[in-house]
Design a binder for this molecule. Structure first.
Ligand code: ASN
Length: 339
C-alpha cells in the first residue's frame, strides 16, 4: 500500500466544518487537523497529496461549475496518482459523483467520493473512518469507476442517492447492488463493479447552469407551472411522475403544453418518483399518452445521474436526436442495460 499515491481533494462539506454561532461552517484548520490524525496510521495508508479547493463549500451551494473544477483537478493529476479521494458534502455528493462519472469515462483508477455526517472535530465523528477507508479503497487495482464510500458501504457514484440526513449510513443505491461492504474486512463484489467498455476519455465541456429543469408532479398541480418553466427556455425537462413514470392523461392543458414544448425542441424525459425501479411508459394508458407527446423514459437512472447526464450531453454540443440516443445508452454504469 505504501508505494501507492493518492490525490486527496477537499471540496467541502460537513467533514471539514466546525461549529459557529450560525451552525456548522467550513473550518480553515481542517487540512492540518486531518493530516495530524492520518499521520499516525503509518503503513496502513497509501501516501497522499492533499488538494484543498480554494474555497471549500457547503455542498448545498454547489453549482455544475464546481463539479467541473473537481474533474479538472483529477484530469490534471490523473497520470501522477494511483487513485483519487474527493471529500465532498453529502447534500449534493451524488450529483457531483454522477457528473464526475460522465466527465471521466473509461477510468482505470478508483475515484472515491466521501465525506461525513458529523465534522471531523466532533467526538462521535464518522469522518476519520470514512476517509481512512476511502484512501485504502482508492489504492486498489480492481475499482475502475467513480464510487461513493460512506457508512461502511461502497456504492456506484451514479447509482447512489442520499436517503438519510441523520443516519451514518446516509446513502443507498436502490437499483444497483453495493460494490462493497466494509466491516472488519473489506469485501468487494466483483460482479457489481463497473468494467470500462472503452479507453479513458475525459471530456470536460463547460456545463450550462439553469437549462435542465425538474418538475416533480403531485395530484392537482396546475399545468400553468409547466408554462412558467417553459418560459425559462430549458433544453430539457425532467418530469418526475408517479409509479412507472405516469402523469395524468386527463389534463388537456398539460398535454398541450408538453406537445408544444416537444415541438419547440425541448427534450422531455420522464422519471419515476419511486426510489426503486425504472420507467415503463407502455405499462399504463397514462404513460402511453406521454410517449405520444414525445416524452422518453429515463430507464432506472437516479435523479442525480439523469440531471448530470443531461448537463453533460448538452454541453458536448450533440444534436437533439443524439442526446436522446446517448441518454438511454449506458455510459458509465448509470442504468441497467435493456435485454
Ligand atoms: N450540508 C452539508 C454539505 O452537503 C451536509 C454534509 O456534508 N453532511 O456540505
Amino acid at each position: 500500500m505504501t508505494n501507492k499515491h493518492i490525490l486527496l481533494i477537499h471540496a467541502g462539506g460537513t467533514v471539514g466544518m466546525a461549529r459557529t454561532a450560525h451552525g456548522y461552517a467550513p473550518a480553515t484548520d481542517f487540512p492540518a487537523h486531518l493530516a495530524r490524525l492520518l499521520s499516525s496510521a503509518g503503513a496502513a495508508l497509501p501516501r497522499y497529496t492533499p488538494h484543498v479547493m480554494p474555497d471549500p463549500i457547503d455542498s448545498s451551494n454547489a453549482i455544475p461549475a464546481d463539479w467541473q473544477r473537481i474533474a479538472q483537478d483529477i484530469a490534471r493529476h490523473y497520470g501522477a496518482c494511483d487513485g483519487v479521494v474527493v471529500l465532498h458534502g453529502t447534500d449534493t455528493m451524488t450529483h457531483a459523483a454522477s457528473a464526475l462519472s460522465f466527465m471521466l469515462q473509461g477510468l482505470r483508477k478508483p475515484v472515491i467520493v466521501t465525506g461525513s455526517q458529523i465534522p471531523l472535530g466532533e467526538a462521535r465523528s464518522d469522518a476519520l473512518q470514512n476517509i481512512v477507508t476511502a484512501l485504502q479503497l482508492a489504492a486498489r487495482d480492481d475499482i475502475r469507476e467513480v464510487a461513493v464510500y460512506f457508512g461502511q458501504r461502497l456504492l456506484r457514484g451514479n447509482r447512489a442517492t442520499k436517503v438519510s440526513n441523520t443516519r451514518l449510513t446516509a446513502f443507498d443505491s436502490p437499483n444497483h447492488p453495493p460494490l462493497g461492504e466494509v466491516g472488519i474486512d473489506i469485501h468487494l463484489d466483483a460482479s457489481a463493479l463497473w468494467q470500462p467498455r472503452a479507453a479513458e476519455r475525459f471530456d470536460l465541456p463547460p456545463y450550462e447552469a439553469g437549462r435542465i429543469l425538474p418538475l416533480r408532479f403531485a395530484p392537482g398541480l396546475p399545468a400553468r407551472l409547466l408554462d412558467a418553466m417553459l418560459a425559462l427556455m430549458p433544453r430539457a425537462l425532467i418530469l418526475e411522475g408517479y409509479g412507472a413514470g405516469n402523469l395524468p392523461d386527463n389534463d388537456p392543458d398539460l398535454h398541450r403544453l408538453l406537445r408544444q414544448a416537444h415541438d419547440a425542441g425541448v427534450l422531455l424525459v420522464a422519471r419515476s418518483q419511486c426510489l426503486h425501479g425504472g420507467v415503463a411508459l407502455d405499462a399504463y394508458a397514462t404513460g402511453s399518452a406521454l410517449a405520444q407527446a414525445g416524452v422518453i423514459g429515463a430507464a432506472d437512472m437516479t435523479f442525480e445521474a439523469l440531471y448530470a447526464k443531461l448537463h453533460h450531453l448538452f454541453a458536448l454540443g450533440l444534436p437533439a436526436d443524439e442526446v436522446r440516443q446517448a441518454l438511454l445508452s449506458n455510459l458509465a454504469g448509470e442504468l441497467t442495460d435493456p435485454h
